[in-house]
Design a protein around this ligand. Sequence first.
Ligand SMILES: NC(=O)c1ccc[n+]([C@@H]2O[C@H](COP(=O)([O-])OP(=O)(O)OC[C@H]3O[C@@H](n4cnc5c(N)ncnc54)[C@H](OP(=O)(O)O)[C@@H]3O)[C@@H](O)[C@H]2O)c1
Length: 282
Amino acid sequence: MKLGFIGGGKMAAALIKGVLKSGICTPADVTVCDVHAPTAEKLRGETGVMIAASTAEVVGASEVIVLAVKPGDALAAIQGATSQQMESSMRWAWQGGGGKETKLLISIVAGLSIASLEKAAGDKLRIIRVMPNTPALVLAGASGFATGTQATDADAEIAQKIFGGVGLAVRVKESLLDAVTGLSGSGPAYVYTIIEALADGGVLMGLPRDLALQLAAKTVAGAAEMVMQTGMHPAALRDQVASPGGTTIAGIEALEAGGLRAALIAAVRVASQRSVALGATK
Ligand SMILES: NC(=O)c1ccc[n+]([C@@H]2O[C@H](COP(=O)([O-])OP(=O)(O)OC[C@H]3O[C@@H](n4cnc5c(N)ncnc54)[C@H](OP(=O)(O)O)[C@@H]3O)[C@@H](O)[C@H]2O)c1
């Protein structure tokens, strides 16, 4: 699959390395442009992907184009340059060089609605909006995606192939993507904080820092695997660890007193609300 990226920053790099690892694409299949030349060069050095000089070149070289710039840059990036000539050459490229097929645009831009993208790109463009997360880099991503008015079931399968190839990909209504953003889009940062805090606890109780970090990270990964592989409710799994009068229930009392559960629920809520607010400014 010929895959293009407009923007080669942190999320694009994670996705590119993930799709290369998963075998969905070879480096020769992937074309990237980034306005910040050192960012593109770093990506080429690390992965061997092709670097394009312009957005139009990426669109021309690719069947599927991933829009991976910051929200404030997104609409300008799609519309390309402001000059009439550039706009018409962009349109030509989006339409597959005059062929019948238009290209598929996959936007990973937080908060930018499909309606805004369709308005900016022209109503005919097939668009899929995805909220991925950075663990895609290690094929452990979690993404939600929604389809635009022109996108077909075959397009949804392409999104499923790319994002399912680098982790879990679920199709949702677009109205749920803000909640996906607040949970799994931002979620890795919450879990890194939890891992760091668990390790701090280990250090407080005498463990060397590197050992404490390894134990904390593996504990989080192992508990997540248990939830996914057994299909059991987390509360039932927790009850298996917490024996009467034992160490774990004492630790859980401290977590409840510290408000961990309420803090995580609030984190998802405020991050989702922030996604809605950012989208409203587009
Ligand atoms: N990071 C995450 O965990 C995450 C998770 C889910 C979704 N996302 C979404 O992914 C998108 C990218 O996020 P990021 O963290 O990867 O941002 P980033 O690291 O800042 O990468 C964006 C890159 O695109 C470049 N750029 C800006 N305008 C461009 C244009 N017109 N053409 C080509 N390149 C352009 C930027 O260059 P300059 O810096 O010079 O402007 C920057 O190098 C965002 O919309 C974000 O909402 C991110």
